[in-house]
Design a protein around this ligand. Structure first.
Ligand SMILES: [Zn+2]
Length: 426
């Protein structure tokens, strides 16, 4: 690093620290407006005001039923469209630099039972190094980190060459209708950074997930003569066992360097089982709903065909099921996995920025869950990675919180990334 670089790194650190109070106040403002998926209108007014305050040109983009209809396979079915704007902010650069799109979702999961929280779920309380509240970590903190990075550059009088677009999107927890709407509206950049909580790891790969419903027929009979009937539950059990075996096999054989450290990289979960209607009746049908994980490199259509073959292969061992075959439906979002090469320019840029701020390169890892990243890569055809403050293990549960030092480190990294990626105007 040259002396000038060192000065810049120190100056960014100084400004981010000096702006700490404003940054945390903004996150508190965001956390105090509830915005469970489907009900994001109120928080988006606060976000739009914050973008405008940061001298971004604010645009609103809403999904429409007609626009989304061809993409149900990618984002699932949407039931609500009214008052769910995505807020896009644009800062034109001086020209001649690479552009970037910084994205975060504003929607959160429900608070859950407030009695299980030791802090006010919508309070934004700061205790020690933590800021508490639903969405603090996943991922209002991430949105605040890129706003604070832009503010930091402003405070230092740094004007960028490339365009910066920021997007606060809705509906991520439910499939990503907001990110899709932004992509369909034509917003593009040379790279996309999503500031999901990755604990400051660079995430260039995300898993996929497929949701299915299996209906297994049986034949009802009075329990007193149960052998006259066929239990749909008992017919299902070998299929369930085989799915467990499949999960074990896949974990043992699938090979992806970014997933090597994850014990269960492709979980198969049976989340719903409904069978029978009365304690003294042999269950005449069973419905099981589950979710199967994929890693990058696997494609949805052939994988679905493979799973069908596997389930019907087990059913073929059961005479009843041969004559009364189960049915398998794929419903809801069918989320494809996605990745960008670990040596892609945006990966190298994020790694370099992180290293300048922290003195060490970041962890680089894949994640087993799906996020909006896949939409930017697969539908928007833009390289997209995730990097942000917060630990996903603290999301979606009581006492959700974000580490304040991590939030400020992410802010510094993003400020450096913007300088390196977009270039600085003279
Ligand atoms: Zn998230």
């Amino acid at each position: 690093m040259t002396a000038r670089d060192t000065d810049l790194t120190a100056a960014i650190a100084r400004v981010v620290e000096a702006r700490r109070g404003e940054t945390l106040r903004l996150l508190q403002d965001f956390v105090r407006v509830p915005c469970v998926t489907g009900d994001e209108g109120a928080v988006q007014e606060v976000v739009a005001a914050a973008f405008a305050e940061s001298r971004l040109a604010v645009e609103r983009v809403s999904a429409t039923p007609e626009g989304i209809a061809p993409y149900h396979d990618h984002v699932g079915e949407e039931t609500r469209f009214a008052n769910r704007p995505n807020i896009v902010g644009i800062r034109r650069g001086a020209g001649g630099g690479r552009s970037i799109l910084l994205n975060g979702h504003v929607d959160t999961v429900e608070v859950g039972d407030p009695a299980t929280w030791t802090r006010d779920p919508l309070g934004g309380e700061i205790v020690g190094d933590r800021l508490y509240g639903r969405g603090a970590c996943d991922m209002k903190g991430g949105i605040v980190s890129f706003i604070a990075a832009l503010e930091t550059l402003d405070a230092l009088g740094i004007r960028l060459r490339g365009d910066v677009t920021v997007a606060a999107t809705v509906g991520e927890e439910d499939g990503g209708v907001g990110a899709l709407a932004v992509i369909l509206a034509g917003y593009r950049a040379d790279a996309v950074l999503i500031t999901e909580p990755t604990r400051l790891a660079l995430v260039p790969a995300q898993g996929g997930s497929l949701v299915f419903r299996l209906t297994v027929p049986g034949r009802a009979a009075h329990a007193a003569v149960r052998d006259e009937g066929v239990s749909a539950l008992e017919a299902f059990l070998p299929i369930f066992e085989d799915l467990r075996a499949l999960e074990r096999d896949r974990n043992a054989t699938l090979d992806h360097p970014l997933y090597a450290a994850i014990a269960n990289k492709v979980p198969i979960n049976i989340g719903v089982v409904r069978a029978g209607n009365w304690a003294s009746t042999v269950p005449e049908s069973l419905v099981a709903e589950g979710r199967i994980g994929l890693i990058p490199g696997e494609e949805v259509a052939p994988f679905r065909a493979f799973i069908e073959e596997r389930i019907f292969g087990v059913a073929a061992q059961n005479r009843w099921l041969v004559e009364n075959p189960p049915t398998l439906e794929w419903f809801g979002g069918q989320f494809a996995p996605a990745e960008v090469p670990a040596d892609a320019p945006i990966c190298r840029a994020v790694m370099a920025a992180h290293e300048r701020v922290t003195g060490a390169p970041p962890t680089v890892a894949g994640v087993p869950y799906g996020a909006d990243m896949r939409l930017f890569i697969r539908l928007g055809e833009m390289p997209c990675v995730m990097y942000g403050a917060g630990d996903v293990n603290h999301a979606h549960r009581a006492d959700e919180h974000i580490s304040v030092p991590e939030l400020l480190t992410a802010t510094r990294t993003i400020a450096h990334l913007l300088i390196d990626w977009c270039g600085v105007a003279e």
